[in-house]
Design a protein around this ligand. Structure first.
Ligand code: SF4
Length: 490
């Protein structure tokens, strides 16, 4: 059977979509390989959130053109957000590209691939024939539609199709896609165009997917949505003043054998009292929230169409920290949004310093086609963006370093995910606060909750020593563990 390689750019939702595609190919007998050089099918699942992500995927596919010449039977495909945004135009500049599939059609990829594998084998056989030496000649002689399959249509119910994945042995964590799309229309963001409008799966479907994952040994799930805390607001009514998202958290929390529950990414809008309360009463909710700030200037937040103020954001962080001691808060920040003055930037810097995030992803504003911000006057010079980016990173890095140093000597519970990416002789796991800890240990730790003592913090890396495999991890035991994880107090 053919071998496939899939490379994912961008966010965790893309990772999850890729796993769905991989699962659908594996169930048809295809073998997954770790390098494009061994593959008969090469798929790039793309991201469009910043121009650099677009360019990376385009550059990679361009380079694969060389492989297409040597191995004409190989099927090449673009999937995901950039495929959705650029559609058929991608085929024009990349003659070896066979497949362009958008964000609502991941479940169709296996069908298209099967068809293309057969076609490309025929092509390869014909190219081997001295009468048709060049693949480009063959393409044009058979008409422009001969290879290219493009499917970027909308599909009703597509949010229900990301629900299967092939689990690795002892896999302890998994992503679960609970909704698709976004209705917020932040002025810098291309997501509403690439992912469509908000559509949510039902609570029953999601619970049954998590139950199946837990039955296979998964101990931690991360619920994924573009604005995850607005899950179900269009489809499901509030019950007892609880939003559909909080109802979903409650239902997933009930699943026996699930140890940790995460979600990403919420919007400060919609992070209401019922969700804050959930952190006080659902101990499986892990102590980490990624809460995008984007800017600390109210003027810029308004221009971004982020419907909160810097003061409201800070107050929300305060309430969350009050509801759950030791919760780690990370964020996304854009510097150099059109019209951002030195004063606006200083407000962002001051807010970052005040909140003391556990980590922050700082991005230079990148204009995206057909978004309102791309058309705004006062675009900021790249050198200014770069300066602000570096400056803010220094503030963030300082905070992260100090918070890691405070962890030294503490006992933490990690969920061991497997070998460390930087040194496969060691293991890595994540704390409940989502910090990665590297430690020595044998295979028996993989997939298990492990108590570690943090011995060393080396810049951004934490190193620990195992105490023992954790014995009791009932929900009722979690709060005691949580209190021992409190690493940064106001
Ligand atoms: S909330 Fe804003 S930034 Fe987030 S996906 Fe929606 S439009 Fe984009």
């Amino acid at each position: 059977m053919p071998k496939f390689f899939i490379k994912t750019y961008g966010c965790q939702m893309n990772e999850r979509d890729s796993e769905q595609v991989a699962h659908s190919l594996i169930t048809r007998g295809y073998e997954r390989v770790e390098s494009e050089t061994q593959a008969d099918v090469v798929l790039l699942n793309t991201c469009s959130v910043r121009d650099m992500a677009d360019q990376k995927a385009l550059g990679k596919m361009g380079m694969l053109g060389r492989m297409a010449k040597d191995r004409p039977h190989v099927v090449f495909g673009f999937l995901g957000c950039m495929a959705q945004a650029r559609g058929e135009s991608l085929l024009k500049n990349l003659p070896h590209l066979d497949l362009v599939v958008g964000t609502q059609k991941f479940h169709r990829v296996a069908d298209y691939v099967e068809e293309l594998v057969i076609r490309k084998r025929e092509v390869a056989a014909r190219i081997a024939d001295p009468g048709h030496r060049r693949m480009d000649d063959l393409r044009f002689s058979t008409g422009p539609d001969y290879f290219g399959v493009v499917d970027v249509e909308r599909e009703f119910g597509s949010q229900e199709t990301i629900r299967e994945q092939t689990l690795a042995p002892k896999q302890a964590t998994a992503f679960v896609s609970i909704m698709q799309g976004c209705n917020m229309h932040c002025t810098f963001c291309i997501v509403p165009q690439t992912r469509g409008a908000e559509r949510s799966r039902s609570i029953a479907e999601i619970v049954s997917e998590v139950q199946a994952l837990v039955a296979h040994g998964v101990k931690e799930v991360t619920l994924l949505g573009q604005i995850v805390n607005l899950y179900g607001r269009l489809e499901f009514p509030k019950v007892d003043n609880k939003s559909a998202f909080v109802q979903l958290l409650g239902a997933v929390h009930e699943i026996d054998g699930l140890e940790r529950l995460r979600f990403t990414s919420p919007h400060p809008i919609g992070f209401r009292d019922d969700l804050i309360d959930a952190f006080g009463r659902l101990p499986k909710l892990a102590e980490h929230i990624h809460l995008p700030l984007q800017s600390g200037s109210n003027r810029i937040l308004r221009a971004m169409h982020r419907a909160y103020t810097a003061e409201k954001y800070v107050d929300l962080v305060r309430q969350i920290r009050k509801a759950r001691q030791g919760v780690a808060i990370t964020t996304d920040i854009i510097v150099g949004f059109p019209g951002e003055t030195d004063d606006d930037y200083e407000q962002t810097r001051a807010l970052v310093d005040e909140v003391q995030f556990d980590n922050a992803f700082v991005f230079r504003y990148s204009p995206r086609r057909d978004t309102p911000a791309a058309e705004m006057d006062e675009q900021i010079d790249e050198s200014v963006k770069e300066k602000r980016n570096q400056d803010l990173l220094e503030v963030v890095n300082d905070t992260v370093r100090r918070s890691h140093e405070r962890l030294v000597g503490q006992e933490v519970e990690v969920l061991c995910e497997g070998p460390s990416k930087t040194n496969s002789a060691r293991l890595m796991g994540r704390t409940r606060t989502n910090k990665i800890v590297v430690f020595e240990g044998s295979d028996e730790f993989v997939g298990e909750l492990v108590d570690l003592k943090i011995e060393r913090a080396n810049g951004f890396s934490l190193y620990g020593r195992s105490c023992t495999l954790s014995e009791v991890h009932s929900p009722l035991s979690a709060p005691q563990k949580i209190s021992s994880l409190s690493v940064r107090q106001e």
